[in-house]
Design a binder for this molecule. Structure first.
Ligand SMILES: NCc1[nH]cc(CCC(=O)O)c1CC(=O)O
Length: 314
């Protein structure tokens, strides 16, 4: 692939949320761009945007309005040209973008696993019946209840730092956090145990950073091509097709992971009842270029296997 080396005539504005993790991801994007084009960091301005999801902290996310919550304002600024790219955790992104925007640049993926985080316990097996675990993730709650129906789950909102504070304060005995977030923030001192993906399948796109841009902005597209990670793109094509076909909203506990084995994709997926009373999973292998079809096929199979009653909480 040949890439023109566009010199920014105006600085490229990078939009991001203001949480520590979001800022770390925006800084990583800026560093990769600066390095790829041998430009000073200052050629890229980081613009912090406050979203509805950041403002409303006292209510469960699903009450305020689900997924677009952390992205709407950012995408409005992108469309209006106030920023040129937006950096996102792909796990939080809907499978469809607003008209005129495209999200097809990915940075190399971090650790995809969830971590069991507790100042006092090393794993679920250490927790006595009735112990309180905090999580606001429907997927993690369902996966936890599937394995340990005897544990209590409490809603755990706020950014990483807030959640860790709640553990210290004894609001809950343990929580789950993405290894990716802990690693990106270099939170090495957090007492964590990684959970293998065979035990707890991660969220679709967990650990991946995506960069969104205006579809008609050629200059930005050329710049982003220089930092795109192809293998992450192949994996996310499979996972996001799986999610899109399942019509994953934040009401549906869904897990999915694609891994590369040479020229083959190994795809696993799982859907759960929110109360963890039942889970259905599947796995398949396909050629790397067929990931999206495989994701769609696996979702269709799971939907048929589950039957309408499985999803009737929606
Ligand atoms: N929903 C919040 C969110 N979005 C992305 C990450 C972590 C980083 C990632 O998975 O890329 C987190 C926090 C968490 O799940 O612990």
């Amino acid at each position: 692939m040949s890439i023109d080396l566009p010199t920014p005539l105006a600085p490229l504005n990078i939009g991001t949320r203001g949480s520590p993790l979001a800022l770390a991801q925006a800084h990583e994007t800026r560093e990769r761009l600066a390095k790829a084009f041998n430009l000073p960091f200052e050629a890229f301005t980081i613009v912090v945007i406050k979203t509805t999801g950041d403002k409303v902290l006292d209510r469960p996310l699903k009450e305020i309005g689900g997924k677009g919550l952390f992205t709407r304002e950012i995408e409005e600024d992108l469309t209006a040209g106030r920023i040129d790219i937006a950096v996102h955790s792909m796990k939080d992104m809907p499978t469809l973008q607003p008209e005129g925007l495209i999200l097809d640049t990915y940075l190399p993926r971090e650790d995809v696993r969830d971590a069991f985080v507790s100042p006092r316990a090393n794993g679920l097996e250490d927790l006595a019946a009735g112990t309180v675990v905090g999580t606001s993730s429907l997927r993690r709650k369902a996966q936890l209840k599937l394995r340990r129906p005897d544990l209590e789950v409490v809603e755990f909102r706020g950014n990483l730092q807030t959640r860790l504070q709640k553990l210290d304060n004894g609001v809950a005995e343990a929580t789950f956090l993405a290894m990716a977030g802990l690693n990106r923030l270099s939170l090495d001192e957090v007492p964590k145990t990684p959970i293998e993906t065979g035990v707890m399948l991660p969220a679709v796109a967990q650990g991946a950073i995506g960069i969104e841009r205006r579809m008609d902005d050629r200059r930005t597209a050329d710049m982003l091509a220089a930092i795109h990670d192809g293998p992450t793109g192949q994996r996310l094509a499979a996972e996001r097709a799986f999610l899109a076909t399942l019509d994953g909203s934040c009401e549906t506990p869904i897990a999915g992971l694609a891994e590369l084995e040479g020229e083959t994709i190994y795809l696993r997926g799982e859907v759960l009842r929110p109360d963890g009373s039942e889970a259905i999973d599947d796995q398949m292998r396909c050629a790397v270029e067929d990931g999206a079809e495989a994701g769609q096929e696996m979702a269709t199979k799971l939907l048929a296997q589950a039957g309408p009653a499985f999803f009737d909480w929606r």
